[in-house]
Each structure stands twice: as C-alpha cells, then as structure tokens.
Write a protein that binds this ligand. Structure first.
Ligand code: COA
Length: 162
C-alpha cells in the first residue's frame, strides 16, 4: 500500500475489503484509538470480510492505492428483540482525509448493501461523549432510537468465592 498517501485529487473507490488492506485499516484504527490490537483485524476480516457470509459487510474506501477509511456492519434478525435491520459497528476515516465525503460514501455503500437484502432500518451505537461521530451520523439523517443500552461492571475472573 501507498503509505505516503494518494496523489491529490485521486478518485475514491468504495469496495469490499481485501486481505492486503488490513495493514492500512489497522493503521487508521491505531491512529484514532491509540490501542494496538494484535490479531484483531485478521479475525474481523475472517468474520466480516471473507465474503462467505452474505449478511456481513466490511468495506473500504481506496484512493490512489491507499485505504482512507472503512465501515463494518451486518444484518441482524430479531436480535435485541428488533425486526430485521442493519447494524453499523464501526466507521473510520483517516484523520488527514476527513470532511471530503468519504465517511458519507462508506455509509451510503453499506446502506446500499443492506437495502439489497431487503433491510429498511439501520442502527448504530456510539458513546454519548463522541460529538464527532454523533455529528456525522446526525448529518446522515440518523436519529435517537427507541432502545436503551444497559451495562454492568463485572468482577474480574477469580476475584469471587471459589
Ligand atoms: C465520523 C467520520 C467517519 C466522518 O468521516 P468524514 O469522511 O469526515 O465524513 P464526511 O466528509 O462524509 O462528512 C459528512 C458530514 O458529517 C458531519 N461531520 C463530519 N465531521 C465533522 C466534524 N469534525 N464536526 C462536525 N460535523 C462533522 C458534517 O455534517 C459533514 O457534512 P459537511 O461536510 O457537509 O458539513 C470521521 O470523522 C471519523 O473517522 N471519525 C472517528 C470515528 C471513530 O471514532 N471511529 C471509531 C468508532 S466507530
């Protein structure tokens, strides 16, 4: 891949991920989250990108031979008590390439994939403090949904009674 970046104005193409894209994908993720995740992207590729499962999507935006962003999601049937809908788990664009419509292109492409499977509702989940991603999803027409996330802190394994 082209680590130096695409030529200015290189056309952006959204396509299915390929194994050779994972290095760029991991680098974008590391730049955003600052969390190295050894093995994680290879596993996500197996689960979402290998093309064997029709309901799963792992798409990348490529420009001039370099990956500039990615989106991952899938169609779920009646999980969380919800009729069939599309879930977007992750969307990220390389920091230096933002505000040029790549995020919108990625979301549009995964929604096209959902639509082809007959899906008419798309959901995602985000941290309430993440104003950037909230602004992005709101700009795409997404609004608060009639679901609430619940969570609990677990004691670490081995800390309770045997
Ligand atoms: C959210 C993100 C994907 C948007 O990608 P992008 O390519 O910049 O998005 P677009 O250029 O298509 O922007 C579409 C709209 O989103 C909104 N938006 C995007 N970035 C914004 C910002 N920094 N501030 C306010 N609104 C913003 C705007 O309304 C924008 O439309 P406009 O340019 O006409 O104003 C990108 O900023 C990103 O990767 N952020 C980090 C995401 C992250 O934390 N991922 C990990 C968990 S999933």
């Amino acid at each position: 891949m082209n680590a130096a970046g695409p030529a200015p104005g290189a056309a952006v193409r959204v396509r299915n991920v390929q194994a050779g894209d994972l290095e760029d994908v991991a680098a974008i993720d590391l730049e955003i989250t600052r969390q190295p995740k050894p093995g994680y992207w290879a596993e996500i590729y197996q689960r979402y990108g290998s093309g064997r499962r029709q309901q799963r999507f792992f798409l990348v935006a490529e420009a001039g031979g370099r990956i500039e962003g990615f989106v991952i999601g899938e169609v779920r049937d009646w999980e969380f008590g919800s009729p069939r809908c599309g879930w977007v788990f992750a969307i990220s664009v390389r920091p230096g390439e933002r505000l040029a419509g790549i995020g919108s292109r990625l979301l549009e492409a995964i929604c096209d994939g959902f639509r082809r499977l007959g899906v008419t509702k798309v959901r995602t989940m985000l941290s309430r403090d993440n104003r950037l991603i909230l602004s992005f999803f709101r700009s795409q027409g997404m609004m608060a949904a009639p679901f609430i996330p619940l969570e609990i802190d677990l004691e670490p394994a081995g800390s309770g009674p045997a």
